[in-house]
Write a protein that binds this ligand. Structure first.
Ligand code: FES
Ligand SMILES: [Fe+2]
Length: 364
């Protein structure tokens, strides 16, 4: 189906109508998003602690594009499209440490700088020049212990995407550079379009209805729960209620309010009341109707296993409630029973902010 990212649609979004329901399952929309969003903007790759030694590497994705990030012998971070130039096998899997990047299919061997060092039997091929077959480079940047990649070599620095966010977080007691990586949750797959998963993250209008335990801990009243937007980011700040029994956990620590930050296009930084920590939650489209997610945990040094487990478990309860919501929305939109939804902009303007970014990127 032709994708209509038109001035008319933009004007509808400005009035509070949503993106068309078809945008949440049409493979052609995802193809455009892959080309115009996931191939052009910064995406979260992993933790620097996985890249400490020369030769250490981690793999990640930018939309459909597999990426490998390595630490070179000079200590630099380099990123490449993780697809062998011979016939396309993935060069590296998972994370670990290697002397070279050798493809497991026919053993083309790339140096840590991406250059093709050896291709068995290539000396028998007249006109074969190894210099023509390096791995394709991508950009790599770090923010504290967080590593990011961008397939678009001509793009602006990560700092441009982050905008005021690092300062906003620092003003509320959070500096990622002061946190330590303490591991990744297993990946799980949500049966919903990636945008629905992002959109669900961007409003707490559903919190009193769908997150009973969350709403005991966090004050979700619209007069207390604050929503802000930047150019490429948006944030939600919810104070602790400080009342009632049966809190999901006892929030002890210097962080007194929750902070949920979204960064274009598909990653978020989540902090619950308690010790300083950031849980990076990432949403990757697998196809137009499935999204994979994982959580990387960064915690203040010395945070006890017990506290981490408590907060992580609480996040898991809220997350499971959210998965049920977005999967239901996906089924509802997939039925083509409604063409567009209608946002309540006082409570849902972060969602509008996101949909405008999607619209404008897809419109090119
Ligand atoms: S596909 Fe990688 S060596 Fe053949
Ligand atoms: Fe939720």
């Amino acid at each position: 189906m032709a994708v209509d990212a038109s001035p008319l649609l933009r004007e509808q979004l400005e009035r509070g109508l949503t993106l068309p329901a078809t945008w949440y399952s049409d493979p052609e929309v995802l193809r455009l998003e892959d080309e115009r969003i996931f191939s052009r903007f910064w995406q979260y790759a992993g933790s620097i602690s996985q890249l400490e030694e020369p030769g250490s590497f981690l793999t990640c994705r930018a939309g459909a594009t597999p990426i490998v990030v390595v630490r070179t012998r000079d200590g630099e971070f380099r990123g490449f499209v993780n697809v062998c130039r011979h016939r396309g096998h993935l060069v590296a899997e998972g994370c670990g440490r290697r002397e070279t990047l050798q493809c497991p299919y026919h053993a083309w061997t790339y140096d840590l700088d991406g250059s093709l060092r050896a291709a068995p039997r290539s000396e028998r091929e007249p006109g074969f020049d190894k210099a023509d077959w390096s791995l394709r480079p991508v950009l790599v940047e770090t923010w504290g212990p967080l590593v990011f990649v961008n397939p678009d070599l001509g793009t602006a620095a990560l700092a441009e995407t982050l905008g005021d966010l690092p300062a906003e977080m620092a003003a509320r007691g959070l500096d990622p550079a002061a946190l330590e990586y303490r591991g990744r949750s297993r990946d799980w797959v949500i049966e919903a379009n990636w945008k629905l998963v992002v959109e669900n993250f961007l409003e707490c209008y559903h919190c009193p209805v769908a997150h009973k335990s969350f709403s005991k801990l966090i004050d979700v009243d619209p007069d207390s729960y604050r929503l802000t937007t930047g150019r490429w980011t948006s944030s939600q700040f919810g104070p602790v209620t400080g009342r009632g029994n049966g809190l999901p956990y006892e929030p002890v620590g210097e962080i007194r309010a929750s902070q949920f930050h979204y960064v274009w296009p598909n990653w978020t930084l989540n902090t619950f009341p308690g010790p300083p920590h950031v849980r990076v939650l990432v949403f990757h489209p697998l196809d137009a109707e499935h999204t994979s997610t994982f959580v990387d945990g960064f915690w203040a040094p010395g945070t006890s296993e017990e506290t981490m487990a408590e907060i992580t478990e609480f996040g898991g309860v809220v997350g499971a409630e959210d998965v049920a919501l977005v999967e239901s929305v996906h089924r509802g939109l997939r039925s083509n029973a409604i063409e567009q939804g209608r946002l309540l902009l006082d409570s849902e303007h972060l969602l509008q902010h996101f949909q405008l970014l999607v619209h404008d990127a897809v419109a090119g």
